[in-house]
Design a protein around this ligand. Sequence first.
Ligand code: ATP
Ligand code: MG
Length: 237
Amino acid sequence: MFPIRIRGLRFRPNGRAVLDGVDLDLAGEGITLVLGPNGAGKSVLLRTLCGLITPSDGDIDWGGGRRPASGVMMVFQHPMLLRASVLENVSLAMKPLGVSRAERQRKAADVLERVGLAHRAGDSGRHLSGGEVQRLALARAWLTRPRLLLLDEPTASLDPSATAEVERIIREIRTDGTRILMTTHNLGQATRLGDDVVFMSAGRVREHTPVQRFFARPASDEARLFIQGELPWRMSF
Ligand SMILES: Nc1ncnc2c1ncn2[C@@H]1O[C@H](COP(=O)(O)OP(=O)(O)OP(=O)(O)O)[C@@H](O)[C@H]1O
Ligand SMILES: [Mg+2]
């Protein structure tokens, strides 16, 4: 499945260039942060990789083949929960894989333990806080052992301690061998989690570089202004 080679990827709904010729190579390891201003096309890129959006043009080569039928999972900023218990919300993710109910429940309980939600297993998924919902969604994705996990602003509305907990889980999923591609507007988070940064604007990848180099020596004025626009807020604490 790796390396993933994206060439000339375009998405032009109604003639408007939302993705305007994305070129990107993704090797098989690590956490890649997709950064860029609102509307740059970050979420659309993730949705295209996940197969939810059909591009108008361009190629995605998945390690020499087509997109694998399984192995790619996406966690959305606002995950959908079923009207069921926390345990059921997680264990049902394995149903299409043909795993027995007992085995599903055992594995779901195990992964809930790892994300710190074991004590909520019997509660309704509807009664979870925002941070707990994100942890449940990460558990649900982790359970299927994806090769590539796409995370769209996984901590967007979380407080600092919930954010730290989600970051811990993301690191563990990566250590478990899953390749992660995620968006965030939290530049502190990008430096804490990221191995490399993909900087997007106006539907294109402008720069793909190791995280330290991106923040120390961004390649373009645009990236420098983007970083500066965020830094005063981050450093005022
Ligand atoms: N399915 C779709 N069909 C048509 N246009 C879309 C679709 N999804 C997103 N867009 C448009 O594409 C543009 C880029 O959207 P996208 O959500 O990828 O931005 P983003 O970089 O994730 O921004 P943000 O930082 O605000 O999340 C926006 O103008 C959006 O309205
Ligand atoms: Mg987005």
